[in-house]
Unconditional design. Structure first.
Length: 298
């Protein structure tokens, strides 16, 4: 049995990536299992999804504690959520990271050992899909290292899963093209073998317990009024930018912002609190004068 774990942010498509990979395996004659861990997460929040594939029926249930391969769909999670990303990951575990390969040394300098493979999935998605939706590409880099899954099965899985959202044919075809390109760029790496008992004990370096474990229900914050201390601006993949010359001070962006990240100055012009804005872009959608534009987060 092969176990794969996807790490992403709410809205990036980690759940869809695990479904595409599971469907690819199913179409290739494998038994498949895929599911996601959401908890109380929202758009931009770290989350994980899982896929198990095997030649025999899969009796195991629950979270993938020691993945044979992992895909990190947002490289900021390497530092923001290391207790989740590196749980059960060892020096020989292939860890595909969505990032510019030229930044490999800078990213991994102070990180735990793993077999890092950097591929810029976002660049592939922007080029071929026109957005940062990288589900198909993320599933493709994992599928490349599973011998039973061929490109045709992957492409068909992308078509089936994306079609379930009612998207037009051209968007489905663009996702298939992104999957093919990511599949072609990804190296074939040996899926990590099951760890030994000694290796499992070595993961005790983690300061924060893995929240997916049945042993821990999650963190508890006992002070009141602490929400502002949790800066969530690094959850963004896109940011709203306001052109005040077009603003009519209708307050819709201020009223609709679900995170209270839109403030008003002394003249009632809106300003974005980028420390807490998660990039949901509701303000962009609601602005009647097009004073708010969307920009990719640098």
């Amino acid at each position: 049995m092969i176990e794969i774990r996807f790490h992403g942010r709410g809205g990036q498509g980690a759940k869809i990536a695990s479904r595409i990979l599971g469907r690819s395996g199913f179409l290739s004659g494998l038994y498949a299992q895929d599911f996601a861990l959401f908890g109380a997460e929202r758009r931009g929040a770290p989350l994980a999804s899982f896929t198990r594939l095997g030649r025999e029926p899969i009796g195991e249930r629950g979270y993938v504690e020691t993945p044979g391969l992992a895909v990190v769909m947002d490289d900021s999670l390497l530092k923001e959520a290391p207790e989740q990303v590196f749980h059960g990951v060892f020096a020989h575990t292939p860890l595909f990271v969505n990032a510019d390969p030229d930044q490999l040394a800078a990213h991994t300098k102070h990180l735990p050992p793993a077999n890092y493979i950097f591929i810029d999935l976002s660049a592939i998605a922007r080029q071929l899909i026109g957005s940062a939706f990288i589900s198909a590409a993320a599933a493709a880099v994992a599928a490349r290292s599973i011998p039973a899954i061929e490109l045709q099965a992957l492409s068909e899985a992308v078509k089936i899963e994306i079609a379930e959202f009612g998207l037009p044919v051209d968007i489905i075809e663009k996702n298939q093209a992104a999957a093919r390109k990511a599949y072609a760029q990804a190296p074939i790496v040996p899926v990590s073998p099951a760890p030994t008992a000694a290796e499992i004990l070595e993961t005790a370096w983690q300061a924060v317990p893995y929240l997916g474990s049945a042993q821990f229900a999650g963190p508890t914050i006992r002070h009141r009024g602490s929400a502002a201390l949790r800066e969530t601006g690094n959850w963004r993949t896109e940011r709203p930018e306001i052109e005040l010359g077009k603003c009519k001070r209708c307050f819709l962006c201020y009223l609709y912002c679900p995170e209270a990240a839109m403030g008003l100055d002394a003249e009632n012009f809106p300003h974005v609190d980028y420390d807490h804005c998660k990039g949901c872009m509701i303000c962009f959608e609601e602005c009647p004068t097009d004073a708010i534009s969307r920009r990719l987060e640098a």
